[in-house]
Write a protein that binds this ligand. Structure first.
Ligand code: UT7
Length: 314
């Protein structure tokens, strides 16, 4: 059965970047009152990468995605940078990345917390439906700069990284079948970071609501796609906690084995986590042409977003 499409665009290729510096759970155990075993059991994280700038990581991931797409960078009309950790308040870090990549196009930051890359992907389809030819979507973060390294409730989770995708106009139907974006501002106080401050989080409140938000966003996008959970070949979830993903999959009736997980080596990289998990699945040959993917994220806000796509990339 050919699934109906809601957009004339497709994802072409992916790129990622991670800082060189590895911070293990054992390193953290020397900094705060925690253990490798506790972190692994409660989150699924072994180690994470920290360092660099948001623009630097974003440009590295974007460059790889452009190279793999085998396109002329001059044909990119827009750069969307999903980030909660811009390098400056003004200008948008997207403008810095545009200069680093030598692009002549529109550029903007998009902050939807950890749902940011999926929001950016959906926005890219929207811009292409309005006439753009190619859009570069990047999710990049340097959360280590916003992390309180004395708070064991948060410093075990957050890390740095970037992932990028080139989206292009197609002649016929595109790869996007269903999507959903949401936010519940009433939960704002559960996860926030004030200017010149560090991340504050009520872990259990986020955990409980994350499971519900992921399920809701996934169901809404599947409904638009006229598909059921059984039609999905691989789930690309936000990498916040293995237990959140397990619980969401259980509620959706999707076997956990169908997920792509990189959290054990990346930690929670917010807007970078979905493209990092997607690229990992692609590089391992787990994503083949025609496969149905469910991308789903949630984060501070609390925002959530999901997209059902068919893999038609390189
Ligand atoms: O992108 C979205 C961002 N955020 C999230 O997705 C976070 C969602 N929440 C979580 O992932 C989990 O709530 C955490 C991993 C943050 C915490 O796990 P938990 O299973 O919810 O632990 P808890 O907060 O219920 O704490 C259980 C115990 C407490 O001790 P007592 O009161 O039982 O004696 C904590 O004080 O574990 C203690 N604890 C720790 N122990 C060792 C809390 N953090 C740590 C730690 N190491 N790092």
């Amino acid at each position: 059965m050919t699934a109906h499409s809601v957009s004339g665009a497709r994802m072409m290729a992916l790129g990622t970047a991670l800082p060189d510096k590895v911070l293990t759970n054992h390193d953290l155990a020397k900094m705060v009152d925690t253990t490798h075993e506790w972190i692994l059991e409660r989150t699924g994280i072994h180690e994470r990468r920290i360092g660099g700038t948001t623009a630097g990581l974003a440009a590295e991931a974007g460059r790889v995605a452009i190279e793999r797409s085998d396109i002329d960078p001059a044909t990119i009309d827009l750069l969307i940078l999903a980030t909660t950790s811009p390098d400056r308040r003004v200008p948008a870090t997207a403008s810095t990345v545009q200069e680093m990549l030598g692009l002549s196009c529109g550029a903007m930051d998009l902050n939807a917390a950890c749902s940011g890359f999926v929001y950016g992907l959906i926005a890219a389809h929207g811009f292409i439906n309005l006439g753009h030819h190619r859009v570069l979507v990047i999710g990049a973060e340097t959360l280590s700069r916003m992390t309180d390294w004395t708070d064991r409730g948060t410093c075990i989770l957050f890390a740095d990284g970037a992932g990028a995708a080139v989206i292009e106009k197609t002649e016929g139907p595109g790869d996007l079948h269903g999507w959903h974006v949401d936010s519940n501002g009433a939960l704002e106080s559960a996860l926030y970071c004030d200017f010149d401050a560090k991340i504050e989080m009520s872990g259990q409140a986020i955990f409980k609501n994350a499971v519900l938000a992921m399920e809701h966003a996934a169901r809404q996008s599947l409904e638009m796609a006229e598909m059921s959970a059984a039609d999905i070949d691989i789930v690309i979830p936000h990498q916040a906690n293995v237990r959140i993903v397990e619980a969401s999959c259980k509620r959706l009736g999707i076997p956990y084995e169908k997920t792509s997980m990189v959290i054990h080596r990346t930690g929670n990289t917010s807007s970078a986590s979905v493209p990092l998990a997607l690229e990992d699945a692609w590089s391992r040959g787990r994503v083949k042409k025609g496969d149905r993917l469910l991308l789903v994220g949630f984060g501070a806000g609390m925002t959530s977003a999901a997209a059902v796509i068919t893999w038609d990339g390189k």
